[in-house]
Design a protein around this ligand. Structure first.
Ligand code: ARG
Length: 465
């Protein structure tokens, strides 16, 4: 070998290179619990159907439980020569119980075994992520309730548009996360069919009971086509695509936190727990956690793209290419989980700067729409004309460098004589948000109602926040 680095590593030649590219045990050992659960269900079914003797089944199951303990307590020796988690466990079972171990693989293949293990893993992960999403929703809904009256600028094009409440802004994310959770639940429903018993690809001639194994593993039913059963990785792709969409939401919120916590905006203060100081600039408090959450989407969407690319050209049924599904999925879903935990912590600790938010909410003539609406409602002006008149009034205020509610009545009347002093009742930011009582609007009364509804329904699901 000319390359010293690799030459050293592969000194035993081609077989070592093969082991390096072929073995998945370094990462698929994470599936040990699912693998053992799957094997126990399979063995007990083989016993029920009389394919194996009860004595063999007993030995197999107690051997597998011992192996679970060995792995749990770090006593198990994983071997790369044995390729993957399935062969590592089977080999250890043979050491423990002898020949009966060899009967476990009756009417089964690693192809349906790995599909079953990974489905179980993704299903557990979906449940865990859903709970984490609920916790983030809970933190956001609590913030929304605490700051239901706090006005802030609402933006379009990142230009101050109309005042909204801080609570309303928080609740926008609660809605996004609700959709993410429902996408996860939807994916869970679809994945919940058991591939075990499809064997290598064609099914088996043994009189197995696939409904038995499906039920034992908490699946709704067995999968209906043996080729599809071992060729399918939709369930991983769906979990990754849902995680990608949700990570987009986290990334947008993270971006807002980065902007809002800057000295220029100063809308919120992030806690010390989720920020770092600069080694050279003592005044700085960098929003590192928010920035990293913003960045996580890169690898999550990368994993989706990666696996989609692996799968797109594969002929039916199983190909070894599919072994590449795991590392990407583990990495992406671990990081998504971490991002959810970090965001939840940041939201819980976040303190809005109410004074600054109020001041900014009044900037940019943000109540101009309220003025136009007043002209429509009180003077019965067509909206297009009201828009025009309001434009002229805004220009006047701008020329005097003052806000709309500081402009004199006579200045307004010079543009539209029918305007009365009643107009001032809609020009303050407080009155502006209070008036937005339409369903889904930003009025504090609405925000409080919706925040309470979320808090109640999330508490019912057992998450305490
Ligand atoms: N380690 C393999 C994987 O993750 C298990 C299935 C192997 N099947 C086979 N026919 N070689 O996909």
């Amino acid at each position: 070998m000319t390359n010293k680095m690799w030459g050293g590593r592969f000194k035993s030649g081609p077989s070592a290179i093969m082991e390096e590219i072929n073995a998945s045990i370094d990462y698929d050992q994470r599936l040990f619990n699912q693998d053992i659960d799957g094997s126990i269900a399979h063995a007990s079914m083989l016993g029920q159907t009389g394919i194996l003797t009860k004595t063999d089944v007993k030995k197999i199951i107690s051997g597998l439980e011992e192996i679970r303990k060995e792995i749990d307590t770090g006593k198990f020796k994983f071997s790369r020569q044995l390729e993957d988690i399935h062969l590592n466990i089977e080999n250890r079972l043979k050491e423990k119980i002898g020949d009966a171990a060899g009967r476990l693989h009756t009417a089964r293949s690693r192809n349906d075994q790995v599909a079953t293990d990974f489905k179980l893993y993704i299903r557990d992960t979906i449940d865990h992520l859903s709970e984490q999403i609920s916790q983030l929703q809970y933190a956001l809904a609590q913030k929304a309730l605490s700051f239901a009256d706090t006005v802030m600028p609402g933006y379009t094009h990142l230009q101050s548009a109309q005042p909204v409440t801080f609570g309303h802004h928080c609740l926008a994310y609660v809605e996004m996360l609700a959709r993410d959770k429902s996408r996860l639940q939807d994916a869970r429903k679809r994945l919940n069919e058991c591939p075990l018993g499809a064997a290598a690809l064609a099914g088996t001639s043994f009189p197995i009971d696939r409904t038995h194994t499906a039920k034992a593993l908490g699946f709704d039913k067995p999968t209906a086509n043996s080729l599809d059963s071992v060729a399918d990785r939709d369930f991983v792709l769906e979990a990754l695509s849902t995680a990608s969409i949700s990570a987009i939401h986290l990334s947008r919120l993270a971006e807002e936190l980065v902007i809002w916590s800057s000295a220029e905006f100063n809308f919120v203060t992030l806690s010390d727990k989720f920020t770092t100081g600069s080694s050279i600039m003592p005044q700085k408090r960098n929003p590192d956690a928010a920035e990293l959450i913003r960045a996580k989407i890169g690898r999550i969407i990368g994993a989706f793209n990666g696996l989609a690319t692996v799968m797109k050209g594969l002929p039916l049924a199983y190909s070894k290419d599919m072994q590449e599904d795991k590392e990407m999925a583990f990495d992406a879903l671990d990081n998504f989980s971490l991002a959810l935990a970090a965001m939840t912590g940041m939201i819980k600790d976040l303190v809005p700067n109410e004074e600054k938010l109020h001041q900014a909410a009044g900037g940019g003539f943000s109540t101009a729409t309220d003025l136009a609406d007043w002209l429509v409602r009180v003077l019965n002006m067509p909206f297009r004309q009201a828009h025009h008149v309001t434009g002229a009034i805004v220009a006047k205020a701008e020329s005097q460098n003052i806000t709309l509610d500081d402009l004199s009545l006579s200045d307004m009347q010079a543009i539209e004589p029918k305007i009365t002093k009643d107009v001032f009742s809609v020009l303050s930011v407080e009155n502006s948000v209070k008036s937005r009582v339409s369903y889904g609007g930003t009025a504090p009364t609405q925000v409080r109602k919706i925040a309470k509804k979320w808090i109640k329904s999330l508490e019912k699901t057992g998450i305490a926040g």
